[in-house]
Design a protein around this ligand. Sequence first.
Ligand SMILES: Cc1cc2nc3c(=O)[nH]c(=O)nc-3n(C[C@H](O)[C@H](O)[C@H](O)COP(=O)(O)O)c2cc1C
Length: 185
Amino acid sequence: METEDAIRTRQSIRDFAADGLSRKEIEGLIDLAIAAPSAANRQFWSFCVVTNRGLLDQISEAAKAYMTRCRPLDLPEQLYEKLADPEFHVFYRAPALIIISARKNAPWAAEECALAAENLMLGAVAQGFGSCWIGLCQPFLGTSEGRALIGLGDDEAPLAPIAIGRPASPAAPVPRKPAQIRWLS
Ligand SMILES: Cc1cc2nc3c(=O)[nH]c(=O)nc-3n(C[C@H](O)[C@H](O)[C@H](O)COP(=O)(O)O)c2cc1C
């Protein structure tokens, strides 16, 4: 698949087939992720792959409870209503979650992890997989309880949690606003 096709066809997938990716397929995507640029090539990122169904469900429930109880982000009310819905699964029952983390306070760590995440998501499209960045689980994963569940050290921050799997159905295209460009010619 051409780069432009991958960019144009990538969409956030929220309906996944039950069968997951193999370890080799996930390692292949992570290999693409780490081809991303990083400041001074310091590559502060690390990857945690969760495929344990019970653990994914546990993180989803705990993240929902934490978000509803603490409201750590200024989100539209309808998102908090969704989080309170017992049927809602933050990972849409994806078979895998890849959490890209980096050392806390490392300069440009968030930018670097986001670049790695985009590589991973575009690579996923090119290989017939689907992904969705799950920001809603991020505040919980940063708590001591969340860190303990994914074995994240105190000096690391979870920066890009990506649900990944095989799309069970295509996503509806999400329109973009026209780009705001200031030409200083
Ligand atoms: C930082 C970030 C956090 C996001 N968090 C969530 C999330 O928690 N749940 C979700 O369903 N989608 C989440 N998304 C996906 C966006 O909703 C999606 O990218 C946007 O609506 C555009 O749609 P598209 O990705 O299909 O082009 C997130 C995307 C980003 C970049």
